[in-house]
Design a protein around this ligand. Structure first.
Ligand code: PSU
Ligand code: MN
Length: 303
């Protein structure tokens, strides 16, 4: 039997030594950003994680095989491969037969990273319940409900149905922690009008919640939501009409399923004259730093 997944020697050594590590996804490379912005943002996140004292582990599918700790040349090749797939959990076994490259979503990245022994993962926005299509629920949500990993994000994009997304997380027992905020952030915007379950002021508190979850034998993950830095936010009243237009275009063109999120993201960048792309990049780097702080706090708690 082939190996379930490969862990790079650098990440293996860090895990064995109890050194802080942070997982990164690759769907944002293959489907979130155009080349070469896709590579640049991932390398910026990786660098921010290293500066904050942790080791980045980029997760993706290389020639059909899951890898935790892709090399920089592999990241580059993945980003340049126009045929690379968007890989969620249901796609993992299909990829092993296809043998092609793929970018892993929050769902697939969480599963692979957690099994490799990582406890923290930094991303942009999680998938959720789609607005107007409550039957389209991202696999990110059930995975969060069954995978003990800390996912650091900027909330969920307001193109989703945020109240329904939070209801799902509540039903399935996933705590939603606000990073120095009471309010659930809405990705491009800091405000959503919705509340988180707990406000954490520092990384040690997040590490303590995660430790309590484990001590209580809970299988859920922990969602940490960090507002986009104020200087780079696109306020909700500016984002809303763009989302409405992008969603209407998707419906008119029959875009659905796994293509919906990438389609809307790409349209948002065009419609906002790249302001949403800048906000997206800013929040990704910021989330990487917060995730690294949490990873460091987890390592210190273990000493
Ligand atoms: N949010 C972003 N950019 C992205 C994604 C989410 O800001 O590229 C990706 C993530 O990988 C997430 C996925 O897991 O979209 C959700 O897709 P879907 O709704 O098809 O599950
Ligand atoms: Mn979907």
């Amino acid at each position: 039997m082939t190996q379930e997944f490969t862990v790079s020697s650098e990440i293996r050594a860090a895990l064995d030594a109890g050194h802080p590590t942070v997982a990164l996804e690759t769907a944002l490379i293959t489907h979130g950003f155009a080349y070469p912005a896709s590579v640049k943002i991932t390398l910026r996140m990786a660098q921010a994680i290293r500066r904050a004292g942790a080791l980045p582990a980029v997760v993706g599918i290389w020639q059909g095989h899951p890898v935790v700790g892709l090399s920089d040349p592999q990241i580059e090749a993945l980003a340049q491969d126009n045929a690379a797939g968007k890989v969620s959990v249901r796609d993992l076994p299909l990829m092993s037969v296809r043998g092609s490259h793929g970018g892993t979503t929050v769902a697939a990245t969480s599963v692979l990273a957690q099994r490799a022994g990582l406890r923290v993962f930094a991303t942009g926005g999680i998938g959720g319940v789609h607005r107007g299509h409550p039957e389209d629920v991202s696999a990110d949500l059930p995975v969060l409900a069954s995978t003990p990993i800390i996912v650091v994000c900027a909330g969920a994009k307001s193109l989703l149905d945020l109240p329904r997304t939070l209801e799902y997380l509540e039903t399935w027992g996933v705590p939603v922690v606000g990073w120095q905020t009471e309010e659930f952030p809405a990705f491009y915007s800091r405000a959503s009008g919705l509340k988180v379950d707990f406000r954490a002021q520092e990384a040690a508190q997040v590490a303590a919640i995660y430790a309590a979850q484990r001590a209580q034998s809970l299988r859920q993950g922990l969602l940490v939501t960090v507002p986009v830095p104020a200087a780079d936010e696109v306020p909700a009243d500016e984002v809303e009409p763009l989302i409405a237009q992008a969603v209407a275009e998707a419906t008119a063109q029959g875009v659905s399923g796994k293509d919906l999120t990438p389609f809307i993201l790409a349209r948002m960048v065009t419609l906002s004259a790249s302001r949403t792309r800048l906000a997206n990049e800013s929040l990704l780097v910021n989330n990487a730093v917060v995730a690294a702080k949490i990873a460091v706090a987890l390592s210190q708690a273990a000493r």
